[in-house]
Write a protein that binds this ligand. Sequence first.
Ligand SMILES: O=C(O)CCC(=O)C(=O)O
Ligand SMILES: [Fe+2]
Length: 286
Amino acid sequence: MSELRTITRAEVREHTNPMFVLRRELETRVDGLGLKDNVRDIEANGFTVVKDVATPEFTARLRETILRLKEDGDGPAWTGGAAGMLLDRDPIFVEVVTNPKLRALVEVMCGQGAILMQLLASVRPKGTPALPLHADQNWLPAPFPEHNQIFTMCWVMDPFTREGGATSIIPGSHRKRRHPTNAERDAMEGAVAIEADANSLACWDGSVWHGNYPRALEGERVVLHITFGRLALRPVENYDYLGEDWLADKPEALRIMLGREDFLGKSSDSGFNFALTPRTFDWAKN
Ligand SMILES: O=C(O)CCC(=O)C(=O)O
Ligand SMILES: [Fe+2]
């Protein structure tokens, strides 16, 4: 397979960085983390599975935390319960969103300055029905832009198999760059299960058509759905209440993914926030 293409910083300033053309620094990071094949998978098929995203102990602790925080679900896809607005509900979630593999993929898929859109856990016991096919860029009209807008990662804590109620996906459907029609949604032609071990990250772009299979096994499938978007998009979960006191001992990455370091929403009586403007324009094109 060919090497990933790269681009220099000077080139980026003049031209938007094309999708899947990585800045040299990012390319080095992706390579160092062993994620090159994952990036190629996403480009080719719309999805990938990152194995060994953390330690098995970390994933076990994450599962316990979610089961402690979950509340009864209010829809058929969430019969076992759900938990949202998780970022500050346990310190483990900051570790999740600052995981180096996760962050590198987010940057490839949603650019620098990508925003945390949602941290939502789902618990699906035996008998939970299927989630219908959809593209996650559901708050964008088709045709979808060439640049991916939304990126979803599912932290797998129980093995993904078809019987276990894994994510269903139509490989390559991201190339249609539109939502499925109702008929296509129901037909699920070409759909396969994403097979993955616990402690992996099943990831897909915002365009690929996916849902999930009903769970036919005993026990619960616990998943953390982590969604990022490009910096120009509004997030699903609003963490504006998290103040400087909460951010004080957190990595810089948290400030960026909460939109505290870009110029959006910071205009004042004197106009633009000029200090943050150049970097925002730069991040948006990377
Ligand atoms: O629960 C799943 O397997 C997939 C759910 C889904 O559509 C998503 O997280 O975007
Ligand atoms: Fe989805």
